[in-house]
Design a protein. Sequence first.
Length: 144
Amino acid sequence: MNSLAFFNPRFTSDLFDVIDRNLADFMPAEKNGTSSMPKVDVRETPDAYILDMDLPGVSEKDVDINLKDRVLSISSKKEEKKEEEKDGEWLIRERRSSSFCRRFTLPQDIDVEKVDAEFANGVLTINIPRRPETQARQITITAK
């Protein structure tokens, strides 16, 4: 059985995950925009790891997912829409450009060729199938 410690941002040893966890809070927001980390839930089933990420206000066209060398990268960049002023000046303007990039080191038992993603109601779900593990075999001890 593989450990999901790689997914848990509190107990990780992978460089990408450490940077994501520790430095993101200290990075300044992008010019004219924000950089925030979406919340992620990860479940383990006997057949797969399932990652659910909340992405409100983002469409599937704005999200990029890459998997290379067991590192899953999820990123998005949403540009500010230029609107002409309508009868007056802005008093509050919080809807601007935003971006994020999250990286996760996946366990070794994943089936890279069968990973798929689905986007519905602002939630990105990534299904990461597991390869069947070799079953342990009981070895009989004989006395001489």
